[in-house]
Design a protein around this ligand. Structure first.
Ligand SMILES: [Zn+2]
Length: 71
């Protein structure tokens, strides 16, 4: 499963970075929003792995990537 949120807009003059989380199970999430990242990573961890993650734990799994999608 791959979730890409808000990563297709390319506004001039704005740093175009996002955060990405890749899970061992193949789940991948990329979003420029920390709030969205935490929400979806927590949901995934709960639904798929029966894990309760704190926002800090969710963010700790993220790496910074370029937001623009190379289709
Ligand atoms: Zn997973």
């Amino acid at each position: 499963m791959v979730i890409l949120l808000g990563t297709t807009t390319n506004e001039a003059g704005r740093a175009n970075m996002a955060k990405q989380v890749t899970c061992d199970c193949g789940f991948m999430l990329r979003t420029p929003s920390d709030d969205e990242l935490v929400k979806h990573v927590q949901l995934h961890a709960k639904d798929t792995h029966s894990l309760d993650l704190t926002p800090e734990q969710a963010l700790a799994r993220a790496v910074s990537v370029e937001a623009t999608i190379q289709a």
